[in-house]
Design a protein around this ligand. Structure first.
Ligand code: GLY
Ligand code: MN
Ligand code: MN
Length: 436
């Protein structure tokens, strides 16, 4: 970790401390998960923990003593152990953690239980992410009980258990320059991957062949992992919102919907593109595609600081409904259809979500019962779609078509920056890219 990165994380801890009253904050990273027998899933650290430490090893706990708005930081991490390191890889170890991560002190994770009571003596508040039933939570309450048992020696035990989730999550919602640079790269890699996948679909027999092209591109540029299970859906599979089997055959004449993003340096991208497998939209496909595209562009166009999060959803819905009425897939007035929700037969999800360390990132959507106002530094998706399942009330030409178009949007001071603009999106651009 460079000095400036170290400083970045240290500053973040101090910014958090400045928002809290005196107390002890305790945050454990994620646990390793068994896949089967003695094999683990690839390890993924906890997003909040990494946000405050930059530390990627498992079996680690962050403890911050907060006093007068300043934090003194202790890290508990895996001790150096030559035997284990030969098998599992190099550990940073407590000694190096102090200089490498810029924490004030560090100890072996094996000492967490025995050392914790001394931090809790005469503190009234413990901040943590309560209610997750983790082993760390149990250790914390054991330590609290231990301190309580010392009451006759004149010490006080913590009695306020504050959830620090919302404070950290509100910080995470507004991305700083370093985060934005990382997210740009995550978006760029995923955009290139989508472009590659589009072309590969022309020669693919099965959906998973196209998925393989995405994964190749993610990995080639150093992505940690897909940010979520990729959806590669040919034909009618595109009308299943969370289709992840990706094992059906691909046929010329079908549309393919790909919803895939990579995680790069801990941040997600989340892109959906829909394109004709053979490189040429049919007239019907084009009709529907352009309705979704118009809705998406109108929604993006509307985004700037000061509008409410829900506003761009409403704009996308109105635009989609206009298209559905033009095609006679919905009947009645635009307002009436929006009011009754009749459009939900074809558009049943919302138009976006926060994006960051988690693909559905943290941060409130409502403040005091009202959709919150957008601010520079927020990143979210804009992802309208239309999904037309075979149904006797719908002309057959539309049956089994699923279309979604999803981009990642940074709110800037005067509008937006489309982070995923490198992924081809218009009918003309997609067709000319695929047929080059
Ligand atoms: N890929 C998850 C989403 O689009 O929300
Ligand atoms: Mn999304
Ligand atoms: Mn998506």
């Amino acid at each position: 970790m460079t000095a400036s990165v170290r400083q970045h994380f240290s500053l973040r801890r101090q910014q958090l401390a400045a928002k809290l009253d005196d107390g002890i904050l305790i945050l454990a990273t994620a646990q390793q998960q068994t896949r089967n027998a003695d094999t683990h899933y690839n390890y993924r650290w906890d997003s909040n923990f990494h946000y405050l430490t930059g530390f990627k090893e498992p079996n680690a706990i962050l403890l911050m003593k907060i006093q007068d708005g300043r934090a003194t930081t202790t890290l508990f991490c895996q001790p150096k152990d030559l035997e284990r390191e030969i098998w599992d890889g190099i550990r940073l170890g407590p000694e190096a953690a102090v200089s490498e991560l810029g924490v004030d002190e560090a100890f072996s994770i094996n000492e967490f239980s025995s050392r914790l009571p001394q931090y809790l003596v005469n503190q009234s508040t413990i901040y943590s992410l309560w209610g997750e039933k983790t082993p760390t939570e149990e250790l914390i309450f054991n330590a609290v009980n231990h301190v309580k048992s010392m009451i006759r020696q004149g010490v006080n035990a913590p009695y306020r258990f504050m959830d620090v989730r919302s404070v950290i999550h509100e910080m995470r919602l507004i991305k700083d320059e370093v985060e934005i640079a990382i997210m740009r790269q995550a978006a760029r890699i995923a955009s290139t991957a989508h472009n590659r996948a589009m072309r590969s679909a022309m020669n693919a027999q099965y959906e998973y062949e196209v998925e393989a092209e995405l994964l190749y591109e993610f990995k080639k540029y150093g992505s940690d992992a897909p940010a979520y299970p990729s959806i590669v859906a040919a034909g009618e599979n595109a009308t299943i919102l969370h289709y992840v089997e990706n094992n059906a055959t691909v046929k010329s004449g079908q549309l393919m919907l790909i919803d895939a993003g990579c995680e790069w340096q801990g941040y997600a991208s989340d892109i959906t593109r829909t394109f004709p497998v053979n490189g040429k939209f049919t007239d019907t496909q084009k009709l529907l595609y352009d309705i979704v595209l118009r809705a998406q562009l109108a929604a993006i166009e509307s985004i700037k600081p000061g509008i409410q999060f829900n506003d761009y959803h409403l704009i996308a819905v109105r635009s989609l409904v206009e298209g559905l009425v033009d095609l006679k897939l919905c009947q009645g007035s635009i307002d009436g259809i929006i009011e009754s929700g009749d459009y939900r037969r074809f558009y049943m999800h919302r138009t976006g979500h926060w994006l960051g360390r988690d693909v559905h990132d943290v941060g409130e959507y409502m403040i005091n019962g009202q959709s919150r106002y957008l601010e520079p530094g927020m990143v979210m998706t804009v992802e309208p779609g239309l999904y037309i399942r075979p149904d006797s009330s719908v002309p057959e030409q539309f049956h089994g078509i699923g279309i979604r178009i999803e981009d990642d949007i940074l709110v800037t001071h005067n509008g937006v920056d489309v982070l995923t603009k490198d992924a081809y999106k218009t009918v003309v651009d997609i067709e000319s890219w695929m047929n080059q």
